[in-house]
Design a protein around this ligand. Structure first.
Ligand code: ADP
Length: 164
C-alpha cells in the first residue's frame, strides 16, 4: 500500500448502476488517484440483479473512466476501506429524504473507524430524481430509461423484464 495514494470507496447496492451514480464518480475522480465502486452484498435485500451481475454491468458502464474500479464485498464497509488503505467513503445525496440515512451511516462508520471520513456529494440537478428503484419501476412498465442508465444497463433491464 502506498500511503500517498488518495483512494476513495463509493459503496452501495447499485442495483443497477444509474447515470446518477456515474455522475458522482466522474465528478469526484479528479480529487482522487482511485475510486472504487463497491457493490455491497446486503443479506436482507434481494435485488433485480445478483451482486455479480451488478459488478459486470458497472465495469462495462465505467470502462472509459481510468482510475475507477469495481469490487464486491460482504461485511462492513469500513473493513473493506481499511484493507484498501483508503481514507474516504463517498456517498451521494439527492433529496432531504436521503439525509437521515446518510447521517446515521456516516456517524456509525465514524464510530467504527474514526480515521475514515465520509464525503457527501450532492446529486447533479439532472439526476437528483434518479434512483435504481424508480428506474427499475419505469423499465418494468416498458418506459424509456435510456437517459437515466448506461446503455448496457438499459439493455440488461429489458432482457430481465422480457422486453428484448
Ligand atoms: P444504497 O446504498 O442506499 O442502496 P444506492 O446503491 O442506490 O444506495 O446508491 C449508492 C449511493 O449513491 C448512495 O449514497 C445514494 O444516495 C447515491 N445515489 C444514488 N442515486 C444517486 C443520484 N442519482 N445522484 C447522486 N447520488 C446518488
Amino acid at each position: 500500500m502506498n500511503p500517498k495514494r488518495r483512494v476513495a470507496v463509493y459503496p452501495g447496492s447499485f442495483d443497477p448502476i444509474t447515470l446518477g451514480h456515474r455522475d458522482i464518480l466522474e465528478r469526484m475522480l479528479p480529487s482522487f488517484d482511485k475510486v472504487i465502486m463497491l457493490i455491497s452484498v446486503n443479506r436482507n435485500k434481494n435485488g433485480l440483479f445478483t451482486p455479480e451481475e451488478r459488478v459486470e454491468l458497472a465495469r462495462e458502464a465505467l470502462k472509459d473512466l481510468p482510475g475507477v474500479e469495481v469490487d464486491i464485498h460482504t461485511g462492513l464497509t469500513v473493513d473493506y476501506v481499511k484493507k484498501q488503505g483508503a481514507g474516504v467513503i463517498l456517498r451521494g445525496l439527492r433529496a432531504v429524504t436521503d439525509f437521515e440515512y446518510e447521517l446515521v451511516m456516516a456517524n456509525m462508520n465514524k464510530k467504527l473507524a474514526p480515521d475514515i471520513e465520509t464525503m457527501i456529494v450532492f446529486a447533479s440537478p439532472e439526476f437528483y430524481y434518479v434512483s435504481s428503484n424508480t428506474v427499475k419501476e419505469v423499465a418494468f412498465h416498458g418506459g424509456k430509461v435510456t437517459d437515466l442508465v448506461p446503455t448496457n444497463v438499459a439493455a440488461a433491464m429489458m432482457k430481465k423484464f422480457g422486453q428484448s
